[in-house]
Write a protein that binds this ligand. Structure first.
Ligand code: ASP
Ligand code: MG
Length: 400
């Protein structure tokens, strides 16, 4: 039995018209003899009646509802959308059944709001597939060993889909969304951004971590571990979208494509702290950030000091914490992280030179930089972010 997992995001389920498109994709794949597992998100976005954000706002302020109850409220969104879709499928004569995360065998720890999948028992879903049913699974949720509903963290339906796909040894996992796949850059910034036919797991993970919101990076990691291909595609077109696999193109083609895409994360603050004779400065700084739940990024530690970024919204708190520790940190607010992502850049000389060239030509100052085998990051001022993304997109000829 060849199994296909499809995952539909909130906008793909938000209206009757959208759900009819979903029906079309389900019928097409059934006609190709696939056994189908359909993982759904809650319908719509903030403000829509059954969207996750809307439901959570019904529970009063975030503090008033304990984490367990907050999860119990949040899972309702997916339960509603799963049943609405099931109704549509059945009215069209497509045999289908709804399973909650727990019923679909997804066991998690009890980390409400951010639960981790411990194991998946594929049998309950398998039994339904063997009876020829389309199995609709509520995304974003699992069940703890104590029998409580848990959620997998925001954007967790992607993770549900790839985890189920891995457990069932699916042939492929299709992530249906409202864009035509992975683009070389954000089209709101770069007019000639192009859809990519193929990307590697590493590239899409880096793009997603660096601000491209197409798929949750955790979901990609699970697919990569099991080596199951993913497709990111649009519910609203018949295009095939972007195929994500371990080795999308041959070695020579990878080398031709030095960079795959440009991503960006706006609104970050660069903080620098100098040791100035303070003992254990680095340890104190990062321990205190962790203790206050401030996430740090772009970290650069030298014997004389520490340089890192936090989100703009955390900057005041971070500076206050550092001040209380007796440091006099310097801060550059309103920065943006711009990343050049591409597995093809590994071991190729001159990539950083090109980046510096592109930015220098536009008079853009690099405040900080870092690199890994598939990404080079630069920190620039927020007002130069768009120009930086465009210059890099051009320099690496991603529009061609
Ligand atoms: N509905 C959940 C959220 O908004 C999960 C998801 O859509 O992936 O975070
Ligand atoms: Mg999502």
């Amino acid at each position: 039995m060849a199994i296909l997992v499809q995952k539909y995001g909130g906008t793909s389920l938000a209206s009757e018209e959208a759900r009819r498109r979903v029906l079309g994709h389900i019928e097409r794949e059934r006609a190709h003899s696939y056994a189908l597992v359909v993982v759904v998100s809650a319908m719509g976005r903030m403000g829509d009646p059954y969207a996750t954000d809307t439901l959570l706002s019904l529970g009063g302020s975030a503090q008033s509802l304990p984490p367990r109850e907050k999860d119990l409220l949040a899972v309702c969104g997916e339960i509603i959308s799963a049943n609405v879709l099931c109704g549509l499928l059945r009215s069209e004569g497509v045999p289908s059944i709804v399973m909650t995360g727990g019923q679909a065998g997804i066991r998690t720890d009890a980390g409400f709001g951010q639960a981790r999948i411990m194991r998946i028992d594929p049998d309950p879903v398998m039994r339904q597939l063997e009876q020829g049913k389309v199995v609709i699974v509520t995304g974003f949720q699992g069940q703890s060993d104590q029998g409580d509903f848990t959620t997998l963290g925001r954007g967790g339906s992607d993770t549900s889909a790839t985890a189920i796909g891995a457990a069932l040894r699916a042939e492929r996992i299709d992530i249906y969304t409202d864009v035509d796949g992975i683009l070389t850059a954000d089209p709101r910034l770069v007019e000639d951004a192009k859809p990519l036919d193929t990307v590697s797991y590493a590239e899409i993970t880096n793009l997603a971590r660096q601000g491209a919101k197409v798929i949750h990076p955790r979901a990609v990691e699970i697919a990569a571990q099991s080596n199951i291909p993913l497709r990111v595609r649009s519910t609203f077109s018949d295009g095939e979208g972007t195929l994500v696999t371990a080795d999308p193109v041959s070695e020579s083609q990878v080398r031709d494509r030095l960079a795959t895409g440009i991503a960006h994360v706006p609104k970050v603050t660069q903080i620098s702290v100098t040791a100035d004779g303070h003992k254990d400065m680095q340890l104190n700084v990062f321990q205190s950030m962790a203790k206050h739940g401030i996430s740090v990024d772009f970290i650069n530690v030298t014997p004389g000091g520490a340089l890192y970024t936090v989100f703009d919204e955390d900057a005041d708190r971070a500076l206050e914490v550092l001040g209380k520790l007796g440091y006099t940190p310097a801060a550059v607010r309103g920065c943006a992280k711009v990343s050049v992502v591409g597995s093809g850049m590994h071991g190729v000389p001159g990539v950083m030179a090109r980046i510096v060239e592109a930015l220098t030509e536009e008079g853009i100052t690099i405040l900080q930089s870092a690199d890994s085998h598939a990404t080079i990051w630069v920190l620039v001022r927020q007002e130069q972010m768009t120009a930086a993304v465009r210059a890099l997109h051009n320099k690496f000829e991603l529009h061609l």
